[in-house]
Design a protein. Structure first.
Length: 310
């Protein structure tokens, strides 16, 4: 039976040590003596056999493209503009990927690449909201993080047919450290520079050509990530290239001041943000709102990831 790495108490069947309350890390079994122990160890503490660790995906594809998580300090901002309506929102600190999920990483994790415009360094596209949720949980498992999404007790959501009524019961535990989609408020807060409050129309500039691939300059295609200027937080392609799924169901903005909003509990359409290579300049602004059925797909639709905290 595995034991707590801090106090030595038995921890079978629990995620937290019942004595000292230390979170339980993933347990592995020694290939030589069958002893169970935490993967905090690099070797078996009983017989000394080295631990063969599960391979993790490369987050650096080349010297030009690196996917990393950017720490974004929480704060408050006025979400929206005169065309969408506005409301005051408070956001807790979180971390967001500096680029939309690229095809090489999506293939590494899922074993597939559904993109219509295939290139390892282009954003993955032609993915539904369901696909994005499934990927997030899979990536969390690979990196030893706690999956945020579940349906009932199920976290391997690839087992649930897309479009099944079971998906109506999907929940996100924002207290966990797993990878997930940003909320719509987190997405806009990040696009507009977080606490830096960039006063730009687009993410990082008032000139769309500086920061975005859109209908007038894209040559009817996605492009490799990181080819345009990032915003002040170091986030690339927040506007243009591919639209990005968010967690929320769509609803109109209200008047109430909100803290860490994550949208209504029920709905039929999920939020998309940022515009794409297919869209005009207005659809690529940092405040423009779009939505689609969660099974929607297209060569202009991808996603990026985040997790709670810094």
């Amino acid at each position: 039976m595995p034991t707590c790495i801090k106090c030595g108490s038995q921890i079978q069947g629990t995620n937290v040590c019942p004595v000292c309350k230390t979170p339980v890390t993933q347990i592995t079994k020694c290939s030589n003596c069958s002893a169970e122990f935490s993967q905090t160890f690099n070797f078996c503490p009983i017989c000394g056999t080295p631990l063969a660790r599960k391979e993790q995906p490369e987050l650096v594809k080349s010297s030009q493209v690196e996917m990393k998580m950017i720490a974004i300090r929480g704060g408050e901002f006025i979400m929206g503009d005169s065309t969408t309506g506005t409301q005051k929102v408070h956001i807790a600190s979180f971390s967001m990927s500096n680029i939309p999920v690229p095809q090489y990483l999506y293939r590494k994790i899922t074993g597939t690449n559904p993109s219509k415009i295939q290139d390892a360094l282009h954003p993955v596209e032609n993915v539904s909201w369901y696909d994005a949720i499934i990927f997030c949980n899979m990536l969390s498992e690979v990196y030893g993080r706690s999956p945020c999404y579940k349906v009932g007790s199920i976290t391997d959501l690839s087992k649930i047919q897309q479009g099944s009524t079971l998906w109506k019961n999907v929940t996100c535990n924002f207290a966990l450290n797993g990878f997930r989609l940003p909320t719509e408020a987190e997405w806009e807060f990040a696009a507009r520079g977080g606490t830096l409050h960039e006063p730009y129309k687009y993410a990082g500039s008032n000139s769309i050509d500086e920061v975005a691939w859109y209908g007038e300059n894209s040559n009817i295609s996605t492009h490799q990530v990181c080819q345009k200027k990032p915003n002040a937080l170091g986030l690339y392609d927040m506007c243009g290239n591919v639209e990005e799924w968010c967690w929320d169901f769509y609803e109109e903005y209200g008047l109430a001041e909100l803290r860490n909003p994550c949208g209504p509990n029920e709905g039929t359409l999920r939020i998309k943000r940022g515009g794409s290579w297919l869209d005009d300049d207005i659809q690529c602004t940092a405040t423009f709102r779009s939505r689609s059925a969660p099974n929607g797909k297209g060569s202009n639709l991808g996603f990026r990831i985040c997790f709670c905290g810094m």
